[in-house]
Design a protein around this ligand. Structure first.
Ligand code: SAM
Ligand code: SF4
Length: 327
């Protein structure tokens, strides 16, 4: 460790905010709370997926320490993810400890299956922004995609959260021949429950690579299809936003996350912390640095080193699994 740190120390001036050579400031962190999941979306993990031993998980104190250090370097927003973050056994403890930190926003990305059990914890700790994955409103299609039959539970939980005032964005991975016929139903559903809907291009990552080419639909193709039915008005978004958004003549809001056809790497402001403590500069780079047993000083050096590990151009197809890194 000593020689590694000396080398890094010589090479990297310590900066007070995390800005890389391309002027990208790191202000968002995706935090994975587990690699496990109660669905098996075929683009994310196999039915017989294997998972990390839970002894390698970061503790709630370690999350709070790392995030606290990054806040001192300019971090503003955290999004809890996974795997399915709501499966983490001490989810409440983690949310409480992160909730006490000086963040502008804490969000959660979930499949919604056990959301009802956690709404009080979320609301009580100011986690009001929920991104909920919903690829289909059709029970058969839903179970073909996810290998589970729990669509009604998810819809019930979504509607409960909406009634309680949570700000909800639906995430739909659109796949040709699988769920693309449902986009208007999904738009109408989201509008009815005052949720924003975001259509994601299927990414060439991990298990999705096998079918990606066959099922890929670009955001531009979808946009053109949607414009045949609704007129769309662009909504201004932050420069580092992943989605470009429109309000629709039906009164809804639609976003597109076109990470394949219109990558946003040039303005990306995100790092990712996996459940085992690996910090990565990019979802599409398997390389990261495991900081779990590092001292605070050692981690400070890693933060500076990671600034040089963020690609400027989008990496091509990658084999590592989304649920292991934290999507
Ligand atoms: N389990 C939670 C969920 O599904 O919302 C959080 C983790 S999941 C990995 C986060 C998001 O990544 C989900 O919206 C999911 O649809 C998306 N995702 C996973 N694999 C993907 C892929 N190959 N292409 C595009 N999006 C993907
Ligand atoms: Fe689970 Fe989310 Fe992956 Fe689906 S996308 S298998 S819900 S982690």
């Amino acid at each position: 460790m000593f020689s590694f740190l000396c080398l890094v120390e010589l090479a990297l001036p310590m900066s007070q905010t995390l800005v890389d050579n391309y002027g990208r400031r790191i202000r968002k962190l995706r935090v994975s709370l587990t690699d496990q999941c109660n669905l098996r979306c075929h683009y994310c993990m196999p039915v017989d997926a294997t998972f990390l031993d839970q002894s390698s998980y970061l503790s709630y104190q370690e999350y709070a320490e790392i995030i606290g250090e990054l806040i001192a370097l300019g971090l503003e927003e955290v999004r809890l993810t996974g795997g399915e973050p709501l499966l983490r056994s001490n989810f409440t403890e983690i949310v409480r400890s992160i909730g006490q930190l000086k963040l502008k926003k804490i969000g959660l990305t979930t499949n919604g299956i056990v959301l009802d059990r956690h709404l009080d914890t979320l609301g009580g700790n100011n986690v009001l922004d929920l991104n909920v994955s919903l690829d289909s409103l059709n029970a058969k299609t839903f179970s073909e995609i996810t290998h589970r039959n729990c669509l009604n539970t998810i819809l019930r939980n979504l509607e409960l959260a909406s009634r309680q005032g949570f700000k909800i964005k639906l995430n739909t991975v659109v796949m040709r021949g699988i769920n693309d016929r449902e986009i208007f139903d999904l738009i109408e559903y989201a509008k009815r429950w005052e949720m924003e809907i975001r259509f994601l291009e299927i990414m060439r990552i991990g298990y999705a690579c096998r079918h990606q080419e066959k099922t890929f639909i670009s955001a531009q193709e979808l946009l053109a299809k949607i414009q045949q039915k609704y007129s769309l008005k662009p909504i201004q978004s932050a420069l580092d936003a992943t989605a470009f958004r429109y309000s629709t003549s039906c009164g809804g809001i639609i976003g597109f996350i076109a990470s394949e056809s219109q990558p946003f790497c040039g303005h990306c402001s995100r790092w990712r912390l996996s459940v085992d403590g690996t910090l990565r500069a990019c979802l599409l780079k398997n390389e990261g640095i495991n900081i779990r047993n590092f001292s605070s000083l050692e981690r400070q050096h890693v933060y500076q080193q990671l600034l040089g590990m963020k690609p400027y151009l989008r990496p091509p197809e990658v084999s590592h699994a989304m649920h292991q890194i934290g999507g």
